[in-house]
Design a protein around this ligand. Sequence first.
Ligand code: 0PR
Length: 367
Amino acid sequence: MDIIDELRIYRERDIPYSRVLSSMCTTPHPVALEAHRMFVETNLGDPGIFVGTTELERKVIEMLGSLLNHPKAAGYISSGGTEANIQGIRAARNLKRVKNPNIVIPKSAHFSFEKIGDILGVEIRRAALDESYRVDTAEVERMVDENTVAIVGIAGTTELGQVDDIEELGRIARDMNVFLHVDAAFGGLVLPFMDERIPFDFGVEGVSSITVDPHKMGMATIPAGGILFRGEEFLRALEVETPYLTSKYQYTLTGTRPGTGVASTYAVLKHLGFEGMKEIVERCLRNTRILVEEMEGIGFEPVIRPIMNVVSFHAENAEKIKDELYRRRWVISTIRVPKAVRMVIMPHVTEEIIKEFISELRQVVRV
Ligand code: 0PR
């Protein structure tokens, strides 16, 4: 059998995005695909060879920085939100140099922070959430001590799409002289395009670094995460020497790394522009409202009124619903506290898909 036919068989076993309501990734924009193809062999780990791709990365960081209220931000395109979060905290730890470093994160933080505790040897302190599932900032303040290197706020939590009070966290960070890392892996490319202005970016005093992932709402090809810092000194704090390369230092976590994420991010942002991105985000938000209406119609109640295109609905038998849907080749996810089914309304989730999904879900909850 032809190898390509063989590959096709494997690929066909994957569930198509048209049946996936659980993912923060999506079908890449067509222009992202074209850009990706052009940059397939590029390696940003060797900027002396890939001079143009390196220059393009600088431009992409400037574009993302502009969206986040700081065109002069330093940073790079990472392998995803996990690497971006690791590097955000690693820079803070390296700049602070305390003996037993700790960070204070919301209980709602993504599981990448588990890895951070393990890899970086920082103690992870988890602050409770308030009744709207935002971090309790009074508890954050109480948890900060002389060994705290950073506090973390989330702009678009993985489970509910909630946004922490970044302004209050910024005040705490300044008062207590610690860094503030904002995990906007998802929300960073949603919030700038919403009519409702929720402060979360470098416009907030005290914010030192932001994770923002083009491979989520940026419709870039995987992998494309983003880590942005307020200043160059954070990158300097991450550098190691690379004696035999065309560059002398490297601040990225991975060595060899693709330029495809850079090119595809650039292509999408440039092609769509602010207005085009806004249109797509608005469509996702509109579809989220449609989903909420339909779900309420069959007796489900959202855990919070969705702020962005992530929404969870109370369901005691969430796991059972998820499993039965999966058996029917529909993918949703669940959260444990409170017990709920969770959906992400990415650009591939059209109104038509929502209608199909709801009619399948009706059958599932009836049995
Ligand atoms: N920060 C937040 C707020 C996130 O939601 C995520 C991932 C990350 C960081 C880590 O990003 P990377 O996965 O790029 O390293 N959130 C999604 C999740 O865990 C990732 C995901 C995407 C999961 C697609 C499944 C999927 O099909 O739900």
